[in-house]
Design a protein around this ligand. Structure first.
Ligand code: NI
Length: 206
């Protein structure tokens, strides 16, 4: 994942003038290290996460309530991601192994920010590549936009060519540990190895 701003086209210049500065401020708030610092500050519990309705790999409707009673480890990405997503999810799988019996109380969840390409079937196969525990979720563009907004996740298409599938997704990369009550507990740094992740998560689980 990466993030950048693009020069606005002539046609969108007026909108860019209006929204550009707002967007930049929002991007700075939610991207990268800034996100993590902000998320680790007190008082953010009620500002991150919330109810969602998505689809699992079988196309069945899934909501946040389906995971009550378990911790959730939530990560947003997309299956075509060449680097950060698969790396992170590999470490999550390793962290689950390292957590041992405690992993039974933790549900890792991958939520696609690329619902156009990430159909339930695609997400199901992708999640399965990282072991049997990871659940992959996708949804309509509106459902994905809603959950991403709740989790303060930034994502945007970046065109790489003229074809309909010639794009990558810029997206913020944060792991969210949510409590058994569905409330935000803490961010987990995605750029650590599974052992480090497991240590962080283990400290936070009661
Ligand atoms: Ni990614």
């Amino acid at each position: 994942m990466s993030a950048s701003t693009h020069p606005p086209s002539q046609a969108s210049r007026r909108h860019a003038l209006i929204y550009g500065s707002i967007g930049l401020v929002v991007a700075l708030l939610i991207l990268g290290a800034g996100t993590f610092v902000w998320l680790t500050q007190g008082g953010t519990a009620s500002l991150v996460g919330g109810p969602f309705t998505l689809q699992n790999g079988n196309g069945q409707q899934v909501t946040d309530r389906d995971f009550r009673g378990k911790y959730m480890l939530v990560y947003f990405g997309y299956t075509f991601c060449p680097d950060v997503c698969p790396t992170t999810l590999n470490e999550v799988a390793d962290a689950m192994d390292k957590l041992g019996a405690r992993a039974d109380r933790l549900q890792p969840i991958f939520i696609s920010v690329d619902p156009k390409r990430d159909t339930p079937e695609v997400v199901k196969q992708y999640a399965a590549a990282f072991g049997p525990r990871l659940i992959g979720l996708t949804g309509t563009p509106e459902q994905v936009a809603a959950v991403a907004k709740e989790y303060r996740v930034y994502y945007a298409e970046r065109r790489t060519g003229p074809g309909p599938n010639d794009y990558s997704m810029d997206h913020s990369s944060v792991l969210y540990l949510m409590g058994p009550d569905g409330k935000f507990v803490a961010p987990i740094r995605p750029d650590q190895n599974g052992t480090e992740m497991a240590a962080d998560i283990g400290r936070l689980m009661s």
